[in-house]
Design a protein around this ligand. Sequence first.
Ligand SMILES: Cc1ncc(COP(=O)(O)O)c(C=O)c1O
Length: 388
Amino acid sequence: MSDSLLRYRAEFPILERTNYMISNSLGAMPRGVYDALHGYAETWATRGVRAWEENWWMLALEVGNELGGLMNAPKDSVSVHQNVTTCQAVVASCFDFTGKRNKVVYSDMNFPSVMYFWEAQQHYGARVHMVKTDDGITVPIDRLLDAIDEHTLLVPISHVIFRSAYINDAKAIIDKAHKVGAHVVLDTFQSLGTVPVDVAALNVDFACGGVLKWLCGGPGVAYLYVRPDLGKKLEPKLTGWFAHRNPFGFEVGPVQYAEPPFRFMNGTSHIPSLEAARPGLKIISEVGVEKIREKSKHQTARLIALADQHGWRVNTPRDAEKRGGTVSIDMPDSQQVCRDLLAREILVDWRPKAGVRFSPHFYNTDEEIDAAIAAVEEILNQRRRIAV
Ligand SMILES: Cc1ncc(COP(=O)(O)O)c(C=O)c1O
């Protein structure tokens, strides 16, 4: 396979120094972020408060549209926030949990922060129905679909599971939810940027995620897509002056909602993070998620084949169509192995019930995959020698 994507390596300084295989956690920083943040400081230093009118007020809209372009979202349907948990809160605040339709269905393979948020909504009348995994890798789709019934209000669900990289059957979940009048909040944090996401084709109600992993956008920016027909009528109670149709009127009394995406925002936006996110988004859209996905399938298959050769447990689906960008490998002493890999400048992470997570991105070489696995073998051999 010819690897034209490797020409982007020069854009990511950390690749010169490390074997960077942790884009499921924090994508490598694009060189362009130095300029972006310098530009932000220059604007603040030289334009002062005029920066709001000249650049900053509309930045949220612009970055939202750049993100929307990556998921086939219509213009002005994506608002930006600080993190995914806040996006869930904005969605929750559009609904009432005191009626009969108050059930919230999700899988225990969701990211914990999202579960903590929904568990806490029981205080406001939400009834949580959590479907448990059978194998720690997949989500039992039949039981999940069965749980979505006419009392279900919302289904907050991960598109790709953070622990195992299992790809949920988003279409089946959305179709079932719509059949019974429920809404789906698809968490695309572990998919957008490495697995294609098409919110229009999925007809999903809400989609949210952050930019710091596969989008190489750094911490501090999350996105919330709201399907335009819902965007016109929903009224988030988590609101503020950015959501007001005339924010500079400083009117007293209830909010008069603006059009999306500002309608789903609340207070002052996080300008430095938005500026820092742009170089990564530009590169990802230039490379194209289809190409990234093709390479990712190849490299994750390579990781699985190597793990199999050593007889290590793979906690990730073997079917490439059901597997996102990460391979979780639970070799003996995996937590310590992870620490030893980090000490050798091989950047990976470890998660309970997963093992060491290897997450190659478009900028990784096949040789780096082989080197990471060879290092694991060496570490385990060393540990065996010490134990004898
Ligand atoms: C699927 C998924 N959702 C959410 C999060 C994080 O949520 P937040 O942006 O609220 O920190 C992560 C990982 O950090 C994740 O993997």
